[in-house]
Design a protein around this ligand. Sequence first.
Ligand code: C5J
Length: 221
Amino acid sequence: MTVSRIEAAPFAWEFDPSRTALVCIDMQRDFVEPGGFGETLGNNVALLGAIVPTVHALLEWCRARGMLVVHTREAHRADLSDCPPAKRLRGNPRLRIGDAGPMGRILIDGEAGAAFVPGLAPVAGEIEIVKPGKGAFYATALGDILRLKGITHLLFAGVTTEVCVQTTMREANDRGYECLLVEDATESYFPEFKRATIEMIRAQGAIVGWTAPFAALCAAA
Ligand code: C5J
């Protein structure tokens, strides 16, 4: 077993790359590009696009170490049979899930908007999870896959920090995984929500997990 150590908050995070996976959450056009789900909810999507180079560098860092990489997308079946009416009907968005938008039907698997942003798609051997909820363990095979691969530690990246990333990290923490969020490889439409999420994850002695900037991974012993 090879153990690496990252200078993280609230204290150092130790991991064995052969038992660690990167979970890259929802880096898809519907959240990051104009005309998608994120923008129909009234958000300015420009902030999210800024992390694409760091997420790409993190993917390459994990690939270079032979780590398992998991990519998630939030998307629904074309007939919306996996989309709770409560999710589709809530609020007053310009377009609802399933409506036709400039990148195809909003948040529907197979449409252009539901695809990964250019440069961040899985490569051969990586895992793709399509999820109907905010948490990546809900109604997916993620838990079984991680267990079968012998994974004990998870790195997290992606969007949005306080919704799908935080939900999945909490689900993973409850399942016994040691989780670290890469601070500059995640983003929110609301900078104050990102800041608060990072603080609450690592508060109380890493109650949900650890956080560290990508540079700390690059400096890992
Ligand atoms: C949201 C997500 N924000 N991927 N989804 O609805 O965080």
